[in-house]
Design a protein around this ligand. Structure first.
Ligand code: ADP
Ligand code: MG
Length: 351
């Protein structure tokens, strides 16, 4: 009996030792999985900054594939679009169209961008107008970032002359042929940044459909995918008269785009008056009644054109028009009053 109970005790000892080892192994595995899960649930973000389209472009990406390659490809696309749609580069497509005495046959991409711009011009009754090249170069806003640039206010006669050779009704697109009335010039500065953001998102998604992150081109932002795969990105709307970093509103996006136009981006001041780069197509002068517009829309190209149009149309009218055109907006008028369209508040909550 005594012996038997001794043997039993040994067995119990043995069992408890092996179960101790099992518990240890289990604990180690649990720790390993927790560490792996932690790193899986918090993907690492890589970013790269470059200058294109006259602004700082920052691409932030997380991908299980090669994030470095995706960053490069997105930024390369920005440079390609910059060169192709520049008004001042003599090798650009827009230069060719603007300086040809005859109609110009264009590639599919150029036809798409011009056609979409014309549609946006019609939808905003010309508040966004892709044919203001003469006015914009008369004011010098196409070369304001040049160190040699000397700001000067054009005479009223010069503005009237440029106005006669401006306006989207002077552009026709017949299949792939662009026909401009004599002397009229395109300037796609109001949509091209948005178009580049849309293209950048497509390229990132083609390279890795599960990639997440965003593109920020001078505060025009397009979401590649939700933060860490499921969270919202918090986006601040800059205070147009505040210090850098001060903001007037905060929104949360998992997808889509948010674009801002401000009178503080490209401007010069003469005798205390600010002359900035968004022109009222009816008067030929920079818009006076708005200082900043921000538009949220599924596509950046639309958001870009609509933020420019809203700038021209003013807060009250834009707050009504934007939702009809598929966007929501926040507008700051010259008295610094903030007006939002009705659906804007949707983006102020994490839904
Ligand atoms: P930003 O380039 O600062 O983001 P916008 O998207 O509003 O600002 O675009 C402004 C640019 O669009 C100008 O630099 C000019 O090239 C062009 N532009 C100016 N006024 C208009 C307008 N009423 N419609 C279309 N394009 C415009
Ligand atoms: Mg714009």
């Amino acid at each position: 009996m005594h012996k038997m109970s001794n043997g039993n005790q040994n067995q119990i000892m043995k069992l408890s030792k092996s179960s101790q080892i099992m518990i240890l192994v289990f604990a180690a595995l649990l720790l390993l999985f927790s560490v792996l899960f932690f790193f899986r649930s918090k993907p690492q973000y890589c970013s790269k900054v470059d200058i294109a389209l006259g602004t700082t472009v920052k691409v932030v990406i997380s991908s299980q594939k090669d994030p470095g390659l995706i960053l490069e490809a997105v930024l390369r696309e920005f440079h390609r679009i910059d060169q192709k749609f520049s008004v001042t580069n003599e090798k650009s497509m827009i230069w060719r169209i603007n300086h040809s005495p005859d109609p110009v046959q264009v590639d599919e991409e150029t036809a798409f961008v011009i056609e979409r711009s014309l549609a946006l011009a019609r939808a905003t009754e010309g508040a966004f107008d892709p044919a203001l090249g003469n006015l914009i170069s008369l004011w010098g806003f196409d070369r304001i970032s040049d160190t040699q640039f000397q700001p000067a206010i054009p005479s009223n006669a010069q503005i009237q002359e440029a106005l006669e050779k401006s306006g989207y009704e002077h552009i026709r697109l017949e299949k792939d042929v662009v026909i401009l009335d004599k002397g009229v010039k395109l300037d796609l500065g109001g949509v091209v940044k948005g178009y580049a953001i849309d293209r950048g998102i497509s390229i990132a998604k083609e390279m890795d459909p599960d990639a997440t992150g965003y593109i920020n081109a001078g505060r025009d932002i397009g979401i590649i995918g939700p933060k860490f795969g499921g969270d919202y990105w918090s986006i601040a709307v800059q205070d147009p008269r505040g210090e850098s970093g001060e903001y007037i509103d905060l929104v949360y996006l998992k997808k889509g785009t948010i674009v801002t136009s401000g009178d503080y981006e490209r401007f010069f001041i003469v005798d205390g008056v600010r002359y900035h780069h968004i022109i009222n197509p009816k008067t030929g002068y920079p818009v006076r009644d708005t200082i900043s517009t921000t538009v949220i829309s599924p596509d950046a190209m639309d958001a870009d054109a609509l933020s420019t149009a809203a700038f021209v149309l003013g807060s009250e009218f834009s707050a009504m028009l934007l939702p009809v055109l598929g966007g929501q907006g926040l507008f700051v008028d010259s008295k610094q009053a903030i007006i939002t369209s009705e659906g804007w508040s949707f983006f102020k909550e994490k839904q």
